[in-house]
Design a protein around this ligand. Structure first.
Ligand code: IPE
Ligand code: IPE
Ligand code: MG
Length: 248
């Protein structure tokens, strides 16, 4: 028997249109933005970091509850060491500059992915930011760092197997909700909308389980050009979609 799915109810925003509760973005195209201007890739990543700030502000103003941003995938370690170092340096700088601002603006920071594999000082900065913003409720900002959906499902499987070995869980009782209770996203509302910038039409190992019934939106805008207007247009497109979850 399949229970009817509880849809993530859209709610009316201050701006008058319906907004999704949980939006995730695959922020792609920083390198191409820079190449088009004959600039080093780092210039694209820097402009991309500005787009993150604008988008977080816009999401909070629009009444989105959760914004999940794919910042560094478990496959991005395959890039040249210098680019990985640039990305980590930028993350470090942004955390140092914005941590207090996040706290003051009512934004709660969470991280998904095995971020403990990042440099130790970055792990400490992230833990501090998570801790000082934990009680904020205006917007939950989720950074996907060293995140891979396949890794996440391996992690979940191990946890479930350990419980089963200890006799705490009967394998015959494992169901969708058991798996969801072990995902990194277990405390977040269901994923409503995934946006990928830069024209690529793939998920690149992002939230594969959670995207089962999310709406997908692929746009040509390169991430550094993304702003509050782009987000608004995406949310308006979402509001026009009809979600059926297999029903009628
Ligand atoms: C997204 O931009 C940033 C990360 C993946 C960290 P890219 O760096 O992938 O930019 P393109 O795809 O090369 O243009
Ligand atoms: C996906 O972008 C990862 C992030 C945005 C962090 P990539 O640029 O790494 O994806 P592929 O390699 O084009 O699939
Ligand atoms: Mg890319």
């Amino acid at each position: 028997m399949i229970a009817p799915l509880a849809s993530s109810a859209a709610k009316s925003s201050k701006s008058g249109f319906f907004v999704p509760r949980h939006v995730a973005i695959i922020m792609d195209g920083n390198g191409r933005w820079a190449s088009a201007r004959h600039l080093p890739r780092l210039a694209g990543h820097k402009k991309g970091a500005d787009a993150v700030k604008k988008t977080v502000r816009a999401a909070a103003e629009m009444g989105i509850e959760v914004l999940t941003l794919y910042a560094f995938s478990s496959e991005n370690w395959r890039r040249p060491a210098s680019e990985v170092a640039d990305l980590m340096g930028l993350l470090r700088l942004c955390l140092q500059q914005e941590m207090q601002n996040l706290k003051e603006k009512g934004i709660c920071l969470k991280v998904i992915g095995d971020y403990t594999r990042l440099d130790q000082d970055l792990v400490s900065l992230l833990n501090k930011a998570i801790e000082i913003t934990a009680d904020n409720t205006r917007l939950t900002l989720v950074f996907a760092l060293n995140y891979g959906a396949q890794d996440e499902l391996v992690h979940v499987t191990r946890l479930i197997a350990k419980q089963a070995c200890k006799g705490l869980l009967d394998p015959d009782n494992i169901d969708v909700s058991t798996i969801e209770s072990f995902l990194y996203t277990r405390d977040l509302p269901p994923l409503d909308l995934v946006i990928r910038t830069s024209g690529e039409k793939r998920l690149s190992n992002f939230l594969l389980w959670q995207a089962a019934y999310a709406e997908l939106l692929f746009i040509d805008t390169l991430w550094p050009d993304f702003d509050s207007e782009t987000l608004k247009t995406a949310v308006e497109e979402y509001a026009r979609r009809e979600r059926r979850y297999g029903g009628l």
